[in-house]
Design a protein around this ligand. Structure first.
Ligand SMILES: [Zn+2]
Length: 219
């Protein structure tokens, strides 16, 4: 079913950056050079490799925000992601809401995940995305002092709802040349995510918007 025009509140949900940038001025909200694709919640051997293959066919490099717990389970998937030219980021250790978490616990979540990265032979990434995008605005500045750059988004595809009409709605209405797009490399929504990537690249081609590379988009 086709969705009707976006209501103002719905726009904030899919495209939160205008208000978000006021609340979290130190976070990255938009891509600087073309569309940037990001994937949260992996690595997962049942979904990440399929996404890697599709991205390779399309010549796209992306950022994958990993949880420490998933890295421990599937280190080879993370290495493969890196070997294929993608960028890795930290998504907390066990995907807990950090909004009212103590500073020491947030730092613990990040350093514990960094340790897992190092244990599997990968340098600790500097990019960080809090689970659910929730963290105290004051923490973002503190994290910067530790060399951790918080990356949020300007476009939610809502692929986790596993409804490709919603993903298409979001892409059709909100994709632009600064889009920092969130997908999820989770098995539960794999088909929706794969078709969403297809739809996004078709839409970008029609709108004549380039898909960028992480180092330039986040610089
Ligand atoms: Zn997540």
């Amino acid at each position: 079913m086709e969705r009707k025009e976006a209501l103002p509140l719905r726009k904030l949900y899919y495209d939160p950056s205008s208000i978000g940038r006021l609340v979290y001025p130190h976070a990255v909200w938009r891509s600087r050079r073309g569309i940037l694709l990001t994937f949260d919640d992996g690595p997962d051997p049942a979904s990440t490799p399929e996404i890697l293959s599709l991205l390779e066919r399309k010549g796209i490099s992306a950022v994958f925000f990993c949880t420490g717990a998933n890295l421990l389970k599937s280190p080879e998937v993370a290495r493969e992601t890196l070997n294929r030219g993608h960028t890795l980021g930290i998504h907390g250790y066990d995907h807990r809401n950090m909004l009212i978490m103590k500073k020491a616990d947030i730092l613990g979540q990040i350093s514990r995940t960094g340790e897992v990265f190092r244990d599997i032979g990968i340098e600790q990434p500097k990019y960080f995305r809090p689970p659910f995008g929730l963290i105290s605005p004051f923490m973002i500045g503190s994290l910067q002092k530790f060399g951790v750059q918080t990356v949020l988004w300007s476009m939610l595809t809502c692929d986790y709802l596993n409804d490709s009409n919603i993903v298409k709605f979001s892409i059709r209405n909100y994709l632009n040349l600064e889009s920092l797009v969130v997908f999820h490399d989770r098995p539960s929504n794999l088909e929706t995510t794969l078709s969403g990537i297809d739809y996004l690249t078709e839409t970008a081609a029609v709108k004549k918007i380039k898909i960028g590379i992480p180092a330039e988009c986040l610089n």
